[in-house]
Write a protein that binds this ligand. Structure first.
Ligand code: ATP
Length: 327
């Protein structure tokens, strides 16, 4: 196997807090192991267009605390084509890059696997997405920060909900995964939590809200994941409750992209630092097609294909805990 002398790093797909800390970690680990490093701007699209820059330990000063990604991120249609990937490969050869670290979500890993199959190019993935929906790691980069952002926002909404005896529906991110809704909901003391993994039924939600009302609650928060299974969007849910509980003034708040931004939490910075170092060490050891992740607070590896296809499991017991908390 060819010795790895130069590693490229990119961020791809949706950005998430902690990506900068991960770039910093990859670059500094390369410097530590005397391996050259280049940054690729705008993910796979930048790779196709040859947008690569050399990076040294000093290129990543003062970014550990910053949200977003200094390398920018992108979605690339061209990389889905054979011609696009050929151009990407040629650019890697031209810059004498031997291996690639991809920081992104399952789509970015899928692109990496396809590329590796075609060109046998060494790739390690670092899971970076706020949704936490990747198999093989208990936490993805940005998830912890997004949770804290959501909880802080819901706390603020609660202030206004309780001042006006209102019922608030708060939509958080998560089209396929309810991690943010469930954990932020429990953390912020929501009365009900609606997630894509389970259809609790509208009747049950109504019953629970009525019970809360009977037992003296004058305001309530319902946290809804974007992809919840009720078949209604958050505005339709609010309408449904308003029709059936006219005693409540119902309001909707969609948190949206604010959940993706902001300075990463300490947890995400530490995680990014650990995963970046491991990614570089694996490539130098000649490993490929792996994702680095966290299990039982230990850095572990999972085959990229498994990470993509493995699905995710949510801690349903937390829903039970949430029910008990709203008694
Ligand atoms: P997020 O979780 O935030 O959506 P992601 O990494 O899943 O992040 P995607 O947009 O799904 O984001 O994927 C990022 C990029 O990976 C795509 O724009 C595309 O360039 C590449 N990619 C995804 N799937 C494939 C594929 N089957 N073949 C080649 N490239 C792919």
């Amino acid at each position: 196997m060819k010795k790895v002398k130069k590693i490229a790093v990119m961020t791809s797909g949706g950005d998430s807090p902690g990506m900068n800390a991960a770039i910093r970690s990859v670059v500094r680990a390369c410097a530590y192991y005397r391996t050259e490093c280049v940054g690729i701007y705008r993910g796979y699209q930048g790779l196709i267009e040859g947008d690569l820059v050399p990076m040294t330990a000093r290129s990543v000063n003062n970014i550990v605390h910053k949200g977003g990604t200094i390398l920018k991120s992108a979605r690339s249609k061209d990389f889905r084509t054979k011609e696009g990937r050929k151009k990407a490969y040629e650019n890697l050869l031209e810059h004498k890059v031997d291996a690639l670290v991809v920081i992104g979500g399952d789509g970015s890993f899928t692109g990496g696997v396809v590329f590796n199959k075609e060109y046998n190019f060494p790739i390690i993935g670092i899971p970076g997405t706020i949704d936490n929906d990747i198999f093989g790691t208990s936490h993805t980069l940005g998830y912890d920060t997004a949770l804290n952002t959501a909880v802080e926002a819901i706390d603020k909404i609660r202030d206004t909900a309780s001042s006006h005896n209102r019922l608030f529906f708060v939509e958080v991110m998560g089209r396929d995964a309810g991690f943010i809704a469930l954990n932020a909901g429990v953390g912020a003391g929501a009365e009900e939590i609606l997630i894509p993994e389970e259809d609790l039924g509208l009747e049950r939600m109504l019953e629970s809200l009525k019970k809360s009302r009977r037992t003296g609650k004058s305001s309530s928060i319902v946290v809804v994941a974007e992809g919840d299974k009720s078949g209604r969007n958050v505005y339709q849910l609010a309408e449904y409750v308003e029709e059936n509980m006219p005693e409540y003034e119902v309001r909707v708040s969609v948190l949206g992209h604010m959940q993706r931004g902001g300075s990463p939490s300490c947890f995400d910075r530490v995680l990014a630092s650990r995963l970046g170092v491991k990614a570089v060490e694996l490539l130098i050891d000649g490993k490929t097609n792996l994702m680095v992740g966290l299990k039982d607070n230990k850095v572990t590896t999972t085959e990229l294909e498994k990470a993509i296809k493995g699905g995710h499991t949510i801690d349903m017991d937390l829903l039970r805990v949430s029910d008990i908390m709203t008694t």
